[in-house]
Ligand binder design. Structure first.
Ligand code: CP
Length: 292
């Protein structure tokens, strides 16, 4: 799929006649647009549904909304929702026959983000990424882990690929229940010096999911847990920095780090299109309705 995206004509006929609905109850730039682009590059029809401005504001439920869209011919529903477990519920409730893809459910999971993160890490750190794994590579996940669906999906996927993982952040935002094999650090300086990560995944502070104050001030957060030029210079020569976006520049990552050669943030965005093409292809190409 990456190769297709490099061509002059970035299009395959594979999903001609299929319809993909982007059903987004929360805001999104990267995930929604990359799913739209992915579906279009595979020649599917795409409907973009945003809860804002729809009959959801009149009280229509997820079930009725999804069934309405399926009645109009949806073959796949890409769901982003603020409630953890919503994608699982839609996929397993029997409400719809369409394929259901989780595009982020509350603070639970964001599987396609983890896939594109893993692809980006493998591209940068593994000589021959096809068929190889991340054994021996160390990935540090930094920031608001408690509220992060990106962290949860990455902890599962990167572990499955053999990476050694560690988490880092304020004690109030790093759950001990998720302790990875590389441990938990409460200082980014200590994590860089002692864990010596090959990849550092900076997370967004998810203020919209916080019902209390989890750190003293933004200035304090950025001073202790933010990525900056000085910390960047202490990473190994081949080490990389990632961020799922959207970034709070100056809070979890400063501009110099975000724009440095070590930053793979735009590679993540680019890989997101290919990964989502692959996901749609696996779910919709051919007659897989009985087996998916
Ligand atoms: N990484 C991510 O999910 O970004 P969006 O919220 O812009 O989709």
């Amino acid at each position: 799929m990456s190769d297709v995206n490099e061509r002059e004509i970035k299009k395959l006929p594979t999903l001609r006649g299929k319809t993909v609905v982007n059903l987004f109850f929360e805001d999104s730039t990267r995930t929604r647009i990359s799913f739209e682009l992915a579906a279009k590059r595979l020649s599917a029809d795409v409907i973009n549904f945003a809860a804002k401005g729809s009959s959801v504001s009149k009280g229509e439920s997820l079930k009725d909304t999804a069934q309405t869209l399926e009645a109009m011919g949806a073959d796949a529903i890409v769901l982003r929702h603020g409630s953890s477990g919503s994608a699982y519920r839609l996929a397993h409730s029997g409400w719809v026959r369409s394929a259901v893809i989780n595009a982020g459910d509350g603070s639970h999971e964001h599987p396609t983000q983890a896939l594109l993160d893993a692809m980006t890490i493998r591209q940068a750190l593994v000589t021959n990424p096809i068929g190889s794994d991340l054994s021996g590579k160390k990935v540090l996940i930094v920031g608001d882990i408690s509220h992060s669906r990106v962290a949860r999906s990455n902890l599962i996927l990167l572990k499955a690929l053999g990476a050694t993982l560690a988490t880092c952040g304020p004690a109030t935002l790093v759950p001990r229940s998720l302790e990875p094999t590389g441990g938990i650090f409460y200082s980014l300086d200590k994590a860089i010096d002692e864990f010596a990560p090959d990849a550092v995944l900076m997370l967004r502070i998810q203020s919209e999911r916080m019902e209390a104050s989890f750190f003293p001030t933004e200035r304090e957060y950025s001073r202790v847990w933010g990525m900056n030029s000085e910390r960047l210079s202490r990473l190994g020569d081949s080490a990389i920095v990632l961020h799922p976006g959207p970034m709070n520049r100056g809070l979890e990552i400063d501009a110099a780090s975000a724009d440095s050669p070590k930053s793979k943030i735009l590679d993540q965005v680019q890989n997101g299109v290919a990964v989502r093409m692959a996901v749609l292809f696996h779910l919709l190409a051919g007659d897989k309705r009985e087996t998916r």
